[in-house]
Design a binder for this molecule. Structure first.
Ligand SMILES: N[C@@H](CCC(=O)N[C@@H](CS)C(=O)NCC(=O)O)C(=O)O
Length: 216
């Protein structure tokens, strides 16, 4: 399989970590949504990452859809998203909070990268920041509830843990947001980030090139 996208994207990174946890080997194309937009569009009409080219050349995009396919391949015993019931609902809600925070962080980065400085819209940036803080506070509450438990849900690592680390680290590093006001969340993210599988795919945030440089 070929995974397209840079690991400073929380969405690409959660796929890379998940593939590694599931033991799925992949080739990596370190393509930027800025300078390599045309290359990415050849596989994904949206020009977004992650994009996964499967061994049979089927192309998947949208990280949730990619992860769903990987879980299907892995089978119900090894799938990273709990199979059903309250655990699945809870995992999906935690994932929604974490990816939602990352989505808003990406929007803030794009406002900075793609809009001229004198045209940036303060109320929009404030709204995004409030939404990120709302999500981080809700994640903090869950981490407080899970104090002393190794994983967010049940007794093994799930997609909620992977997504939490990837999205919170991105949010903290790319905008940046200080996680200190969320100590249980910060401690859990730091503990996950120290694991080899997270270290393997951690790279410094590299903002996409501004619009003027991406017309290729
Ligand atoms: N919901 C999407 C979000 C992916 C996303 O926002 N990717 C960013 C990089 S972090 C991207 O491709 N940006 C380029 C663009 O949207 O134009 C997913 O989970 O795959």
């Amino acid at each position: 399989m070929i995974l397209i996208g840079m690991f400073d994207s929380p969405f690409v990174r959660r796929v890379a970590v998940s593939m590694t946890v599931l033991g799925v080997p992949f080739e990596h194309r370190n393509w930027s949504t800025g300078r390599d937009a045309a290359l990415i569009r050849a596989y994904n009409p949206l020009g977004r990452v992650p994009t996964l080219v499967r061994d049979d050349q089927e192309v998947l995009f949208e990280s949730t859809a990619v992860l769903d396919a990987l879980d299907q391949d892995a089978g119900p015993e090894r799938a990273l998203l709990p199979a059903g019931g309250p655990e699945r609902r809870q995992a999906l809600q935690l994932i929604a909070l974490a990816t939602g925070a990352a989505d808003k962080a990406v929007a803030m980065v794009y406002e900075r990268v793609y809009r001229p400085e004198d045209k940036r819209h303060g109320p929009w940036l404030e709204r995004c920041a409030a939404q990120v803080h709302g999500a981080l506070a809700a994640l903090e509450a869950h981490c407080v509830d899970r104090a002393g438990q190794e994983w967010l849900i049940g007794a093994r690592m799930t997609q909620a843990d992977i997504t939490l680390a990837c999205c919170c680290t991105f949010t903290a590093e790319a905008v940046p947001f200080d996680l200190a006001p969320y100590p249980a969340l910060a401690a859990r993210v730091a503990r996950y980030e120290a694991l080899p599988v997270f270290q393997q795919f951690h790279v410094a945030f590299d903002a996409p090139a501004p619009a003027a440089a991406t017309s290729n």
